[in-house]
Design a protein around this ligand. Structure first.
Ligand SMILES: Nc1ncnc2c1ncn2[C@@H]1O[C@H](COP(=O)(O)OP(=O)(O)OP(=O)(O)O)[C@@H](O)[C@H]1O
Ligand SMILES: [Mg+2]
Length: 325
């Protein structure tokens, strides 16, 4: 919506873990290097924790990319699965030819896949994202998977990734045995203020921004303070700023735009920055909104309406105003 106005090629603050937008602090680099090294060294259990939205899943994607085919990876993000469901999913992810229909057969199938991979010179990593939600009993059964080994090495490495509650869970007495097998624990801290600025600049650059001053210094400082260095919060806030900035036709995001975006995010009252539209304008705006709704319902890929700049601006103002409703 605001891409043309800010001369961007794509949305800079999307909330997907796209590795092209990856920003690595020294702490991220260290965690990434340790994870890759631990897999190469066939360590047992690895644990990565971080507060909500600090970039664990994003880092995982980079980690899998860095393994560069040296390891087969089963990436499981649905931590609500039972152990049997999890095993079934893992086998599918690893491309097991005959997963088997009973729990015992599935364990045997896993063993076959692990041995095949080892013979092919590959290690196998089971990555369990959102692991803070795993039941204690499921975690205990996952521990047993790490018993797949040859006389000289582990056949399966297990990486547990989750919010800080995961560490608390692992400290429970029932999980003492698992805790003892953890060979690497690393965590992702929030970004510092200076890193938030770098992060914003990095994402803008990747999205094709020509203007490195799109957000003023004070605006970036306010974003850093509000987000408390959590990348997801930075993304949401910056995206709001761009919608509001575009709706108000501001080429540069100044601190007052950030304040409006924060107010909107917190459901605060709308600032009366603009006059009420005429009935004719309202009718036109309703038409634009109706067309967008129809397009969304029909599937965006076959968008039947070509939006002109004026209509997009109307839409942006609607979106901005919706924030305050
Ligand atoms: N290092 C980073 N570089 C670029 N973007 C990042 C980085 N870290 C996080 N992000 C952005 O922040 C968003 C949230 O990150 P992510 O989903 O990886 O967090 P998380 O720690 O896995 O969150 P949760 O605890 O909710 O699972 C991502 O979609 C991504 O856009
Ligand atoms: Mg995540």
């Amino acid at each position: 919506m605001y891409l043309g106005f800010y001369e961007l090629k794509e949305r800079p603050f999307n909330s997907t873990p796209d590795p092209r937008f990856l920003y690595l602090t020294p702490g991220h680099r260290e965690a990434l290097a340790q994870l890759v090294y631990s897999v190469q060294e066939s360590r047992g259990f690895l644990v990565l924790t971080g507060e909500i939205g600090t970039g664990k899943t994003t880092l995982l994607h980079a980690f899998i990319e860095r393994l560069n085919g040296t390891a087969a990876v089963a990436y499981v993000f649905n931590s609500m699965l039972s152990f049997d469901g999890l095993l079934e999913y893992t086998l599918e992810e690893l491309g097991a030819p005959a997963p088997g229909s009973s729990p015992a057969q599935r364990l045997l199938a896993l063993r076959r896949v692990l041995l095949d991979r080892r013979r092919a010179g590959q290690s196998t990593v089971l990555v369990l994202d959102e692991a803070q939600n795993l039941e204690v009993a499921t975690l205990e059964r996952i521990r047993l998977l790490s018993n797949f080994e040859t006389p000289t090495e582990k056949l399966l490495q297990i990486l547990l990734v989750g919010q800080p509650e995961l560490r608390e869970k692992l400290n429970r007495p029932e999980l003492r045995q698992l805790q003892q097998r953890v060979e690497l624990q690393c965590s992702l801290p929030p970004l510092s203020h200076a890193q938030v600025r770098d992060y914003i600049q990095t994402r803008l650059r990747v999205a094709g921004a020509h203007d490195s001053d799109l957000f003023s210094d004070r605006a970036q400082a306010r974003i850093a303070a509000y987000s408390r260095g959590i990348p997801r919060r930075v993304n949401i806030l910056c995206d709001h700023c761009l919608v509001i900035g575009y709706a108000d036709q501001r080429r540069r995001v100044e601190v007052d735009v950030v304040d409006q975006a924060i107010e909107a995010l917190e459901g605060g009252p709308r600032r009366p920055a603009h006059r009420s539209p005429s009935p004719a304008r309202r009718a036109h705006e309703r038409w634009v909104l109706g067309a967008v709704a129809a397009a969304v319902l029909a599937g965006v890929a076959v968008l039947p309406v070509r939006f002109e700049a004026e209509q997009l601006l109307t839409l942006a103002r609607y979106v901005r105003d919706l924030f305050w409703r």
